[in-house]
Design a protein around this ligand. Structure first.
Ligand code: BG6
Length: 472
């Protein structure tokens, strides 16, 4: 659709940016924090561990002041389960409560709305030892964690996100360092989708509890959603794209919004003897969630073709590179798209297409909880970072958000990844995303001093003009 006149961004649009606790905070085992699965995982070779990260734990006030200088309306961060409840269940860590109280109060002091992710890839190690999400008790563990957060922070936090990228936890858990495989497991797919089922039930219960405990609060899921294209106009490739979209995205949103399993995914699981077992009460619990909005991360689309089930699928798969599922779909490169330095395709127009599709399926307001460009930024001798490539990337994506709004889609906000440089899920500190540069290298902590990148000044102007001026 070509619009003669674009609609403005809503007046109360939540401009901001995102981080996650285990990637930004550091201080991973101090002041009473227990280890999470991220602290005990095997760190990918050549990348930093998570002991210091951006040291946000000790610099949060300075960091939030910088976000305020950019004009942030919201800051999306996550609460580390093990900082609050070191063993995952049981005793609460008072210093953990204090830290998040300080962080939240600091945001509010600057009129920044806290947008809190409850779980961002960091299962307590103590609960990993008890089976992680494969243990049916994990539902209660998570709901208890949610209750502790609502009790301690619900008087000030009005926007909540449940589980970050549950679809990536399920599809690429080993890359992120979260997959827990119990001894004696003989059907890995069944195991993974049982864990996924427990997360879905936990999420639905946490959403219902939020509405019960915090009147007026809003809560939503935060999967990674992006359209999967068909490699050609061959009918069989279209079927493959439908399969991939269902397995990658609609499973999670059909469940969060309607409380039912996507039929294509359920058939696929049946074919693989991998259907999850429902505990008594699960069916009702899944239907009781009712999100107020959809949070979603978008980096790029993917493309697939038909597979007859005889091709053995090999090769890399991370959050953004789709390899496929034998007999269901096979991932291919999209020759129409450029790639980032780290090999992720760049597709701003696919962003608009994704938003349009989501809105027509779910009719809920949406907030972008991640979007951004990982790059090898360089600090110049005079303390500058000329990241025009990031400005270009973000500008093209924000343009598409406005087009989607003009298409009639309801958008609440935009929070790119990331507010400040932090450690990537598996590609270290060198893969930077922030508006704020942190002076450290992969293994040399240097000064940890903060520098404003060129994108910092640009985003400040974008926010000040409510998205009307995207020039640099
Ligand atoms: C998302 C995650 O998958 O993408 C973030 O929610 C992550 O935690 C971001 O950092 C970028 O991915 P990566 O692998 O470049 O760190």
């Amino acid at each position: 659709m070509i619009h003669k006149q674009l609609k403005d961004f809503p007046k109360d649009f939540l401009w901001g940016a995102s981080t996650s606790a285990y990637q930004v905070e550091g201080a991973n085992l101090i002041d009473g924090k227990g280890p999470s699965c991220q602290d005990v995982k095997e760190i990918p070779e050549g990348t930093s561990d998570l002991t210091v990260c951006a040291d946000h734990y000790h610099h949060y006030a300075q960091d939030i002041a910088l976000m305020a200088e950019m004009g942030f309306k919201t800051y999306r961060f996550s609460i580390a389960w093990t900082r609050l409840i070191p063993e995952g269940t049981g005793a609460i860590n008072p210093l953990g409560v204090e830290f998040y109280n300080n962080l939240i109060n600091e945001c509010l002091k600057h009129n920044i709305e806290p947008l809190v992710t409850m779980f961002h890839f960091d299962m307590p190690a103590a609960l990993d030892n008890r089976g992680s999400w494969s243990n049916p008790e994990s539902v209660d563990w998570f709901v208890n964690f949610a209750k502790v957060m609502y009790e301690n922070f619900g008087d000030r936090v009005k926007y909540w996100l449940t589980i970050n990228e549950q679809n990536m936890l399920t599809l690429v858990g080993p890359v992120i360092g979260t997959l827990h495989v119990p001894d004696g497991c003989t059907n890995l797919m069944k195991e993974i989708y049982q864990q996924n089922h427990h997360m879905l039930v936990a999420q639905a219960k946490a959403m219902a509890l939020c509405h019960e405990m915090i009147p007026g609060a809003k809560i939503g899921p935060a999967p990674n959603i992006s359209l999967v294209y068909s490699a050609s106009c061959k009918p069989e490739d279209t079927l493959a794209a439908q399969n991939a979209n269902a397995l990658r995205s609609w499973l999670y949103l059909d469940m969060a919004v309607y409380g039912v399993y996507n039929n294509l995914v359920w058939s696929f699981l049946e074919e693989n003897d991998a259907c999850p077992t429902f505990a008594p009460g699960d069916e009702e619990a899944l239907k009781s969630g009712h999100p107020d909005f959809i949070g979603f991360n978008y980096y790029n689309t993917s493309t697939v073709k038909w597979t007859d089930g005889n091709t053995q699928l090999t090769g890399n798969q991370d959050q953004q590179t789709t390899r496929g599922e034998t007999g269901f779909f096979e991932g291919v490169d999209n020759p129409n798209l450029l790639k980032t330095e780290f090999g992720w395709e760049i597709d701003p127009m696919g962003f608009r297409a994704t938003v349009r599709e989501m809105y027509s399926r779910y009719r809920l307001p949406m907030i972008v909880t991640e979007n951004g460009l990982g790059a090898y930024d360089k600090l110049t001798e005079d303390g500058k970072v000329h990241d025009n490539y990031r400005i270009e990337y973000l500008r093209k994506h924000i343009e598409q958000v406005q087009l989607a709004i003009s298409d009639g889609c309801e958008m609440m906000g935009y929070c790119p990844w990331s507010a400040i440089d932090l450690i990537s899920t598996h590609e270290g500190m060198v893969k930077r995303y922030g508006f704020i540069f942190v002076d450290r290298e992969e293994f040399d902590l240097k000064t940890l001093k903060r520098y404003r990148k060129d994108s910092f000044y640009w985003y400040k102007k974008v926010i000040a003009t409510n998205g009307n001026d995207l020039t640099d």
